[in-house]
Design a protein around this ligand. Structure first.
Ligand code: GLP
Length: 242
């Protein structure tokens, strides 16, 4: 059973999530963080960046792995997840950019990129705390409904719903990539602690289904019910259907 913390807003949630992460990094200097993109984790990243500025911690051993990346978007594009993670995590927290990774979304032998990423995560000893958002259709990372519960990092097509949800980050819907490379549900499930965040009324159905509904590929977020250590931090609007 997940621990569910219902808070007033994303700022309060970010403060709580950041304190969990700070405690982890303080206890384990070579912590491996699992990093989500999207708007949900931004208050957590901002709060953790502030806390780290005041804490006298050696961050040189902290590592990070992003959940996913758009396919065919060059790393230097401002909306590549590589750029987002650099901007929101690596730079403000002062992490070593050479120890923070995103799946490769461009380059040759792209069908090998998933296996490469899995090997990197394994070589790092696995992920200690995986930060997760949830899509309005119940997806986590870019595992859209129908993804195998045992799936590993691989190339996937984005649904029309997710492309339209993410169109706000691009100039037009046409510019939103059609494919991505994403950690699988089986990969995510191996992280030692899952920290799921959700805010706003448009997440309430997906959140209730993930937390309380049947465990099913229809709602990829429902895999959290199979995990022994899950913390869910949500605002009252997202919690409305729990
Ligand atoms: C995105 C990301 C997910 C994220 C989700 C929700 O497309 N791939 O990792 O959790 O969709 O996004 P947001 O936090 O912006 O609502």
């Amino acid at each position: 059973m997940a621990e569910i913390i219902i808070v007033r807003d994303n700022i309060e949630a970010g403060n709580i999530a950041a304190s969990i992460l700070l405690k982890q990094i303080t206890a384990v200097p070579d912590t491996v963080l699992g990093l989500a993109t999207g708007s949900t984790p931004l208050s957590t990243y901002a709060a953790l960046s502030r806390s780290l500025r005041h804490a006298d911690l050696d961050l040189s051993c902290v590592r990070g792995f992003a959940l996913d990346e758009y396919l065919g978007v060059p790393p230097q594009h401002p909306e590549s997840y590589r750029s987002v993670i650099s901007r929101e995590v690596v730079e403000p927290m002062g992490l070593d950019p050479n120890r923070v990774f995103t799946p490769r979304g461009t380059g040759s032998n792209i069908e090998e990129a998933g296996n490469e990423y899995e090997e990197m995560i394994t070589a790092a000893g696995g992920i200690d705390v995986q930060i997760l958002g949830i899509g309005s259709n119940g997806h986590i990372a870019f595992n859209e409904p129908g993804s195998s519960l045992a799936s590993r990092t691989r190339i996937k097509a984005l649904t029309a719903q997710t492309r339209s949800d993410n169109a706000r980050f691009f100039d037009s819907l046409d510019e939103v990539p059609t494919h991505c490379i994403t950690q699988g549900l089986g990969t995510i499930q191996e992280a030692r602690h899952l920290l799921l965040l959700a805010f706003g009324a448009n997440k309430s159905r997906a959140l209730a289904a993930a937390v309380e509904g049947p465990v099913s590929a229809t709602i990829p977020g429902s895999i959290i019910q199979l995990h022994p250590h899950v913390t869910v931090i949500v605002d009252e609007e997202a919690a409305a259907e729990l």
